[in-house]
Design a binder for this molecule. Structure first.
Ligand SMILES: Nc1ncnc2c1ncn2[C@@H]1O[C@H](COP(=O)(O)OP(=O)(O)O)[C@@H](O)[C@H]1O
Length: 194
């Protein structure tokens, strides 16, 4: 499936604003992937379909997470989390994408996870820094992403954790585990430099 075919399939599922965001994520992901060995076509598909379920019915998404026995924490830490794992399931079922690396990147694009693949990392960051995003702290993450994906992800996760804590909202535990793992890796000098 090429870019144009994928965009035509996702467009009816998104608002115009989300569609523009999606194109920004795809372009940013391809830039972040320069000089890496990530497969560009598969990365682009992950980016194009990452928000496929953004506007699906919440009960439908909860049902998918329960029936498919996905991480039950996705049900407990805010409805914004539902679309990533549910989207991965629906992209497989309705679009027919069976590539586990693409489906993983979609599942974890909002929360992160431990042992992220390069594709997971690039999609997570591209979603955070694409040019249409503007919120406090995004510029610093953009700058960090030019030199270290891991440092950029740590900053993005820290921003999200801080943002949620300031609003006294719960933080998905997997996000804290992701943050801890990347910080420990960097202390060990094991950084994913670009
Ligand atoms: N780790 C998390 N735990 C709980 N809520 C989160 C977490 N990460 C993000 N969120 C919530 O989800 C919202 C949307 O996240 P965002 O990454 O912008 O979604 P999208 O995947 O649509 O781009 C955030 O503003 C925040 O309220």
């Amino acid at each position: 499936m090429n870019r144009a075919e994928a965009l035509a399939l996702v467009e009816p599922h998104l608002t115009e604003h989300r569609y523009i965001h999606t194109i920004g994520v795809a372009d940013t992901a391809l830039k972040l992937a320069e000089n890496t060995d990530v497969d560009k076509n598969r990365l682009e598909l992950a980016a194009i379909f990452h928000d496929y379920a953004k506007f699906r019915d919440k009960q439908e998404m909860r049902g998918i997470i329960m029936n498919e026995k996905l991480d039950p924490d996705f049900l407990l830490y805010g409805d914004e989390l539902l679309h990533a794992p549910a989207g991965s399931f629906l992209v497989e079922k309705e679009i027919g994408i069976e590539d586990e690396e693409i489906l993983s990147a979609i599942t974890w694009h909002t929360t992160g996870r431990q042992d992220m693949t390069m594709m997971d990392k690039i999609l997570f960051l591209a979603d955070y820094i694409e040019p249409n995003r503007s919120f406090p702290g995004v510029e610093e993450v953009r700058e960090l992403s030019a030199s270290s994906l891991d440092e950029a992800i740590i900053k993005a996760l820290a921003n999200t954790i801080e943002f949620l804590m300031k609003k006294k909202q719960p933080v998905y535990p997997g996000t804290l585990a992701t943050y801890n793992q990347l910080v420990f890796n960097i202390r060990k000098g094991n950084v994913n430099e670009k």
